[in-house]
Design a protein around this ligand. Structure first.
Ligand SMILES: NC(=O)c1ccc[n+]([C@@H]2O[C@H](COP(=O)([O-])OP(=O)(O)OC[C@H]3O[C@@H](n4cnc5c(N)ncnc54)[C@H](O)[C@@H]3O)[C@@H](O)[C@H]2O)c1
Length: 307
């Protein structure tokens, strides 16, 4: 049976790619965000919807007989540090309102992405396993960890089925929205436009990354999996490849682009220093039988082709 999907926060870095993948699979897709798109090239219906407005979300779910909600509304790690209280209000408010608006309706499953921002030095950053001590250093990470605990509660109590992946930095042709890993996309854009790039992270800062298509395929596979095969009540680790600004610039150079890289560390360096260098996603790969399609080089090559 095809799903009837509502995407909340659909106009960000990830939304458009999910819309295309869900439409391609034959699902009905209703995209929404707090503001209107610049042009309606989304390929599906669109409505303005504030993720903090529980009543309106509930009305939309009932009106369109929605079976799945993808909740992407969030303030990301770097942007979130400029106003931590607001970041808490938006991220937790969006999480809870979507859950409350879905209870007792046709919604049978919610996808809510978490992030590698839940981790910290105490997590063992060289290779981070799924269940480790977590003391996030950003308010964004705090809201992701709090959401993970809440989803675990809802799943365990059988109130509603919520699924989640801790995404690494996502590499896409769409604009990133204010995260600590935005430099991977910004460097590709600079290379394509023949411009210099000033990296906010030190040249040797290694972080886990992933081609957006792999993030989408992993998510859709997780959403299709029978609940009994999902061995955890919280979020899954997910990894693909690791890179640093220097290694990424070398990959870009190997693809024939001249990119002059300079460095000017800012507050994002200390965030990146508290994040994993490598993710252990054995559990996800075992439960969901999934493998990434792209490595670092093929990701850079593919995204450079698209931008
Ligand atoms: N992009 C990444 O590298 C990455 C990595 C890990 C996790 N994630 C998670 O994936 C999800 C999507 O990320 P993204 O990169 O597309 O983020 P983004 O910042 O690019 O987009 C978020 C969207 O949410 C919308 N939004 C904000 N407040 C809203 C509200 N009150 N109501 C409705 N919409 C609202 C924004 O307008 C924006 O279009 C987020 O939960 C994010 O934490 C992303």
């Amino acid at each position: 049976m095809n799903n009837r999907v509502l995407i909340i926060g659909a106009l960000g870095q990830l939304g458009g790619i999910f819309i295309n993948a869900l439409l391609k699979r034959g699902d009905f897709v209703l995209a929404s965000d707090i503001h209107a798109p610049n042009s309606n090239t989304l390929g599906c219906d669109f409505i303005i919807l504030d993720a903090l407005n529980e009543k309106k979300i509930n009305e939309i779910i009932l009106k369109h007989n929605i079976s799945q909600v993808y909740n992407f509304a969030a303030v990301l790690s770097a942007k979130g540090e400029t106003d931590p209280m607001k970041t808490w209000e938006i991220n937790m408010g969006a999480f809870l309102n979507v859950v409350k608006a879905s209870l007792g309706t046709s919604v049978n499953c919610i996808f809510w992405p978490s992030s590698i921002a839940v981790f910290s030095e105490q997590s063992g950053l060289d290779l981070v396993r799924n269940e480790v001590p977590m003391f996030p250093t950003t308010m964004y990470g705090v809201t992701k960890l709090a959401g993970e605990k809440a989803m675990s509660y809802f799943n365990t109590k059988g109130l509603i089925d919520i699924r989640s992946i801790r995404f690494p930095g996502i590499v896409s042709s769409s604009e990133p929205g204010g995260g600590t890993t935005d430099y991977v996309v910004e460097m590709l854009n600079a290379a394509k436009q023949n411009m210099n790039y000033i990296s906010p992270l030190r040249e040797d800062t290694v972080l886990p990354m992933m081609h957006v298509e792999d993030a989408v395929s992993a998510t859709l596979k997780l959403m299709e999996t029978e609940r009994e095969k999902i061995s955890i009540s919280g979020a899954y680790n997910l990894g693909s490849f690791e890179t640093s600004p220097k290694q990424w610039s070398e990959i870009i150079a190997s693809l024939g682009y001249e990119l002059k890289l300079e460095f000017n560390e800012d507050f994002r360096q200390s965030i990146a220093d508290s994040w994993p260098k490598k993710i252990d996603d054995t559990l996800f790969r075992k439960d969901i039988s999934w493998l990434p399609k792209f490595d670092a080089k093929s990701t850079a090559e593919d995204i450079l082709r698209l931008i």
